[in-house]
Write a protein that binds this ligand. Structure first.
Ligand code: ADP
Length: 453
């Protein structure tokens, strides 16, 4: 960039100097011609018709009086009568510009290269009245041509040009240093990735663009970082999911295999054989149940079926009716505090899963003689029990897959720790918020907030 500025300024100044030298030479030349013309016209006043005869002699005498200026004396038609220069041979000068002018208007000027003398000359011709009639007196003076003048001035111009080039180099170097300084400072700031600032109005829009780009880059980097974490988390959670499934399957499979081996060994009596058959069947059911739960859990993610209006009140009351026999067996009572006709946008199967999992847990983890209160209005659903409650350290975990507080009881009641995970997934996909409040030994309250939708 610096070199480019240098070259451009050098080119401009060189061009300017050449142009200036040509123009100034032309001006000098014009001035010099003008001066010559005035001088000749003054000289001409010295002509005296009585003193200088209209012949070569007279012309030479007048020339001598004029310090050697060339003098030509012509008759009224432009024919040469006398000439101060010995080598002049032409006799008819009527075609000369200055002569024509003088014949026409009394005087005339011309500048040209003399054919006779081969020099650039300024001519002045004037008509003079003598006793012998009108004669024309022409005085000519040597004058440098433009190019000759230019050639004479050239060394001065060249010296000037050298100084100018040196000055230009110095000036451009200093100027570019000051011009480039803020740009370089801006570049350095931009390279650090921080916010770029400048006091120069010309660079403000560049600084804004750089800041915008930096912001975009930062945003993209944090998005990529976020994505990377998500992918990592998804991978971890996938691994954990597979490990959990394997673990959950292993227990019934080991049991089935053990009892099957016992049966084939023929060591069991009839009663124990029956027990073994029953265990095999119940463990096989548990496996089937686990697989159904996993499939159901995975299906929610790919469930893109459209939502429709669901009467949540009806669904909740039906679920209370379904679970009442199981609750009665445990001495647990349902308290229905649902508002009539609460309609939400969802799907029946999802709503039933949500209600079923929450209510079944409220019964299952309740105490003898406890209650399950179901509250429902347009903004929220609450299922509150008077059961065992959840320890504070487990509150965040209950919605995780395969989480069960009492591992030894995992699966005993058909629970694999997937029920609340399913509830969480349904709520997240529906735009609802599910939360839990609980006190150990006193009970739990699960709330689904529809308001965040
Ligand atoms: P599970 O099928 O084992 O019940 P969930 O995902 O439904 O799986 O529940 C996870 C764990 O959260 C349960 O094992 C239980 O310990 C605890 N939990 C769920 N609901 C309640 C509740 N109403 N009261 C006390 N603990 C509960």
């Amino acid at each position: 960039m610096r070199f480019r500025i240098l070259w451009v300024s050098l080119l401009i100044t060189t061009f300017a100097i050449i142009l200036y030298s040509l123009v100034s030479t032309q001006i000098f030349y014009n001035l010099s011609v003008k001066n010559s013309e005035s001088a000749l016209s003054v000289y001409m006043n010295a002509f005296d018709g009585e003193k200088y005869a209209p012949d070569d002699e007279g012309a030479r005498a007048f020339s001598l009086a004029l310090d050697g200026a060339r003098v030509t004396i012509l008759d009224g038609e432009g024919n040469v009568l006398g000439e101060s220069e010995a080598d002049s041979i032409e006799t008819d000068h009527s075609d000369r510009e200055e002569v024509r002018e003088a014949i026409k208007s009394g005087e005339g000027f011309a500048v040209r290269s003399s054919d006779t003398l081969n020099k650039n000359m300024v001519y002045y011709c004037r008509a003079v009245q003598t006793d012998g009639g009108t004669i024309l007196i022409r005085i000519a003076q040597f004058c440098e041509s433009e190019w000759a003048m230019y050639a004479q001035l050239l060394p001065s111009f060249a010296a000037y040009m050298v100084f100018d080039v040196l000055g230009c180099l110095l000036f451009t170097y200093v100027a570019t240093y000051f011009i480039m300084r803020p740009v370089e400072a801006l570049t350095r700031e931009a390279a650090t990735g921080g916010r770029v600032q400048t006091g120069y109005s010309e660079l403000k829009s560049l600084a804004e663009i750089l800041n915008e780009r930096n912001r975009d880059i930062e945003l993209k980097v944090s998005e990529l970082e976020e994505e990377r974490k998500l992918v990592e988390r998804a991978q971890n959670s996938k691994d954990e999911f597979i490990a959990n499934i394997t673990h959950e399957m292993n227990t019934p499979l080991t049991s089935i295999k053990g009892y099957a081996e016992l049966l084939s060994s023929d060591l069991l009596d009839e009663e124990h054989k029956k027990q073994a058959y029953n265990t095999i069947v119940s463990q096989a059911d548990r496996l089937t149940n686990l697989i159904a739960c996993i499939i159901n859990y995975s299906e929610i993610d790919s469930d893109d079926l459209p939502s429709y209006e669901v009467n949540l009140t009806e669904a909740a009351r039906e679920m209370i009716a379904v679970l009442s026999p199981e609750a009665e067996q445990k001495g647990v009572k349902f308290i229905d505090e649902t508002q009539d006709d609460v309609i939400i946008m969802s799907r029946h199967e999802r709503v039933n899963q949500l209600l079923g999992n929450l209510m079944r847990n409220a019964v299952r983890y309740n105490r003898e003689g406890g209650t399950v209160t179901v509250r429902l209005n347009f903004s929220r659903l609450e299922i509150e029990d008077t059961g065992v409650g959840i320890a504070p350290e487990n509150m965040d975990k209950v919605f995780s897959r395969f989480f069960t507080v009492d591992k030894s009881h995992s699966g005993k009641n058909g629970g694999f720790g997937l029920g609340l995970a399913v509830c969480k997934k349904i709520c997240t996909r529906s735009g609802w918020r599910i939360s839990v409040e609980s006190e150990l030994g006193k009970g739990s309250k699960f709330t689904v907030d529809f308001g965040l939708r």
